[in-house]
Each structure stands twice: as C-alpha cells, then as structure tokens.
Design a protein around this ligand. Structure first.
Ligand code: AMP
Ligand code: GLY
Length: 434
C-alpha cells in the first residue's frame, strides 16, 4: 500500500529527508510544508506556518495524509504530534510531553539526574540574585560555567563563559532583560566541561531503539573552531576517533536510558532522539538532548542509510520499529555548508546561485536557505544556503570530493569553512578559551 506523506520543515535537513522518502517504492504523494527550493524536486510545497498546530492538523486532514513526518523542533514543542494523533493521523515525531526533553533544559537535566545519565552538573534558577550567587561560587572555586536559557531560543540561548562578568551578563540578559522572552524566564547555570563533541542519533518508537552512526557538527563559523556559533557549518560521519566502547556506552547509558525513562514517566518518545555529547576525561557527558534530526547531521547521515526511510518513519509512527530493518552504509560522508556573506550576523538574500548543475552526479547538494524566483533562478534566502555532501571510503576521501565540488558552486559573498572533516587538525578540537 502506498502512503501519502506530509513533511514539515524547510531546511537542508528536510531536503535530505524528502530525497530519501522519495526513493521509497511505497511513497504515493509527498507534500512539504512549507518546503524550499530543494524539497520541490520531490514534493509539492504548501505554504503553512509549521508552528501553528491547528493549521497543520487541518492541512493534514484536508490532504488525507497517511503519515506526517516532522523535521524541526518548534512544531513538536507546540504539540503538533498530539493534535495529529487526536485526529487519528500517524505521526513521526514525539508528543509535546516527550519533546520536553529538548524544549526544557531543566526537565532534561532532572530526567538525566533521576535516570543516572551522565551530564554536566547544573542548577536551575528563576531568580537573578540566586543565579548570580551560584555563578560567583563556581568562579571563586576556579571553575567556569555555561549559562543556558531553559526553553527553545533558536540556538542562541547558550553562553559559554570564560569570566564571571560574562556569566553575570548572560544571567542579566535572560532573567532581567528577557532577551529570550519566556524561553529565558528560567536559566541553568551549568558546570563548564570540555572535550570533543559528537551527535548520537537514534530512531525509536518508545520501546525499540535503532542507533544511527555517529556524526559531528562544526558549529563555530570560522576554521579552527573560531568565531561565533552558527546553526552548523558542516558535518561528517563517522568520527574515526570515537572508539567502539565509548559508542556503546553512549548508546546504552544515554540514549537507551532516556528512552526508558521517558516511557516510564508516561511520555513514550516516537521519532528521532539525538543527544549532543561531549567526551570529557571523566567519560562522555550529555550537553543537550534534541527531539529530532540534527541539521546538518541529517545531510551526512541519510546518504548513509541503506534501508527505506519511509518504512522506518511509518514503523516508528505505529510502534513497530522492531519489524523493519535499519541498515547503514560503511562509506563515510562529509557535508560542507555554504553561507551568505555576514552570516551568522546580518546578511542579504536574493543573491543568484550558480554552478549546482556542475557537481558530480553522486554528490548531493541539499538546499537550505534557497528559493527560486519567478523566472526560475535559484537565489539565496537564508544564512545557511546549501550543504554539499560527498561520500568516500574514508572521511578524508569524502572531504576531498566535497571540497572539489564546493568550488564549482558560486554566489556572491559565499563563505564556508575549509576544515570540515579535517579530524587530524584543530577543526573539531574542543574550543580553546574564547
Ligand atoms: P547547544 O546550543 O546546547 O548545542 O550548545 C552550544 C554549544 O555550547 C555546544 O555545542 C558546546 O560547544 C557548548 N556547551 C554547551 N554546554 C556546555 C558545557 N556544559 N560546557 C562546555 N561547553 C558547553
Ligand atoms: N546540529 C545541531 C542541531 O541540529 O541541533
């Protein structure tokens, strides 16, 4: 039986998801809401505010969608899965209460503490005086801290502090000046830890867990992990430096424990659970949980998936993940993000993009902030514009091919990191004191 699918989102992640869903023999019709210039090749774009759960549910009903696949976290935090389930529409993505593991860092921290999941120590505050006192105690003992807005803050809610003044300013911004709105009405003051970072992803239907290969994101804008953080300037998979025993520890003590703890709390998680990990001298520790695929991790993970993504999403939505194969290719992948001039600060859009036709046929270009104008010309429409993904026998081989193809794509002011996947250099070393 074929399935008609509604996919929510509009980034490079959703382009990669649409590409894989469209390879399924079981796919009937695909709609993407709101979609972008990349998803258009696989499904009809439908203009809707994906964060407005009422509109999404009526859209899914009107289309008679057999399955809704949710890309980003905002609709999940707004309860889109609950609303769709109530309407009898199967959904790939957790309910609002299961997604709380991402949209409330204090909830996630409590769950981790209760379940014995290794994570950086932290305390939660809604009072600025108490938060400041706690930060002062941390710095007075020669340690440093990270101040995190409790809620979703579009990736901007985390301040890694080198000095007490930075910590006090971050507390002030969130709790006194409300720069994150309600998302910053509570903050976590967290112990600052250090080590290499890696993203663990798993499909789960709340009971069965199928781990994906590990991937690594490069968040700072410049080579050598310098400059401000971005949504992610590129990614690679797998990290050869991550040994099998550490991988097994993360899978067992982090992902599987979290899935069990959520189920035990009456919040079964269906979708992709993605803990962001830091490998400290004291073992791997969680720095955050995400309730969906990472971006740009998805762009390097999905090309490695050998099984049918639609079968997996459908099985997750129906609680029968144990029945479908989830297999991965051995080949490594590297994805390089090309960004607009000025990103992650202010940038212009509407710049013509050229050269995509010149990339090798087995290299993927996943469009993120890109749209087609009325005459069909591809133009920039966001900060992160597109991700060029190549594969190879090793990360080094994939990396050479990715950069060879990046050079064929041009738009005015385009910038990208030149060290994505260069794991022998400082590219993914822990950030030195900023
Ligand atoms: P997030 O927005 O939670 O992904 O955090 C952004 C970045 O902040 C992470 O990728 C880490 O590099 C850094 N970070 C988060 N938590 C900590 C921590 N406890 N200690 C040191 N760095 C952290
Ligand atoms: N690449 C990190 C994230 O999607 O949260």
């Amino acid at each position: 039986m074929t399935l008609n699918v509604l996919l929510l989102g509009s980034g490079g992640r959703e382009h990669a998801m649409a590409w894989r869903l469209a390879q399924s023999a079981r796919l009937g019709k695909l709609w993407v809401a709101p979609g972008n210039a990349g998803t258009e090749a696989y499904g009809e774009s439908i203009s809707v505010n994906a964060g407005d759960v009422g509109s999404v549910a009526s859209l899914a009903e009107r289309l008679h969608a057999d399955l809704v696949v949710v890309g980003p976290e905002d609709p999940l935090a707004a309860g889109v899965a609950d609303r769709l389930e109530a309407a009898g529409i199967p959904v790939f993505g957790p309910t609002r209460s299961a997604a709380e593991i991402e949209w409330s860092k204090s909830f996630a921290k409590q769950l981790m503490e209760d379940a014995g999941i290794p994570t950086a120590g932290a305390r939660t505050f809604d009072d600025a005086w108490a938060a400041r006192d706690f930060a002062r105690v941390i710095f007075a003992s020669g340690l440093a801290c990270v101040v995190k807005a409790d809620g979703l803050a579009a990736g901007k809610g985390v301040t890694v502090c080198d000095t007490i003044d930075e910590a006090l300013a971050a507390i002030e911004a969130a709790l006194v000046n409300n720069v994150f709105g309600p998302a910053g009405a509570r903050v976590l003051v967290e112990e600052r830890i250090s080590g290499r970072e890696t993203s663990a992803h798993a499909f789960t239907d709340g009971i069965t867990v199928r781990h994906m290969p590990f991937a690594c994101d490069h968040k700072p804008v410049f080579d050598g992990n310098r400059g401000p953080n971005t949504g992610g300037m590129g990614a690679y998979s797998p990290p050869a430096w991550l040994d099998a025993s550490t991988r097994a520890t993360i899978e067992r003590d982090v992902t599987e424990r979290a899935v069990r703890a959520l189920a035990d709390a009456g919040r079964p998680f269906r979708g992709v659970l993605f803990p962001g990990m830091m490998l400290t001298t004291d073992g791997p520790k969680v720095i955050e949980f995400n309730c969906r695929f990472g971006d740009p991790e998805t762009e390097v993970l999905l090309p490695r998936l050998r099984s049918d993504l639609l079968d997996i999403c459908d099985a997750v939505a129906h609680g029968r993940l144990a029945d479908v194969p989830v297999e991965w290719d051995e080949r490594a992948t590297v994805g390089v993000m090309m960004a607009s001039a000025g990103y992650p600060g202010a940038y212009e859009t509407g710049v013509a993009i050229e050269g995509i036709d010149a990339v090798d046929s087995d290299v993927q270009v996943f469009l993120a902030g890109a749209r087609r104008d009325a005459s069909g010309v591809l133009r920039t429409a966001g900060g992160r514009v597109l991700c060029v993904v190549a594969s190879g026998a090793t990360v080094a081989e994939a990396r050479t091919r990715a950069y060879d193809n990046v050079q064929r794509i041009r738009f005015e002011g385009a910038h990208y990191r030149t060290d994505i996947g260069a794991t022998d250099s400082t590219a993914d070393e822990p950030q030195a004191a900023r």
